[in-house]
Design a protein around this ligand. Sequence first.
Ligand SMILES: [Zn+2]
Ligand SMILES: [Zn+2]
Length: 150
Amino acid sequence: MQEPREGGCLCGAVRYRVTNAPFRTSVCHCTFCQRRTGSAFGLGAYFKKDDFELLSGELRSYEHRSDESGRWLRLEFCPNCGTTVTWTLEVTPEGRGVAGGSFDDPRWLKIERHSWTRSKHPWFTIPPGVETFERSSLPPPTAPLSRPRE
Ligand SMILES: [Zn+2]
Ligand SMILES: [Zn+2]
């Protein structure tokens, strides 16, 4: 495996480097990922926070609260070209999601799971040998990780 790996946004202002292997890789077919990407699904590799390093540029963030789980997620994007490069999830704050398509060479990514398959596009066939989840693959919102609500 070739490490460290680098990537960045469309305009090149944001550059990053990751070390070690991601602890999770996934395709997300939820309607939020469809809308935020303008595509059929989101593609993410999750690294431990310390394994991610921002080399240049700055990231602006947009926070969204899921109407299904009540949890927040924060998209981190280049303010110049709008590419969402990374994101942070309330449910796994020790990790950082990196947009799969933002790696200089994204072909090393092996997708282990497909989540929110209930909203996937009907023409997409899930490949064999991956875990599938009709909804979220993450713990339900009653888990103790959740921040107290008002
Ligand atoms: Zn950019
Ligand atoms: Zn999603």
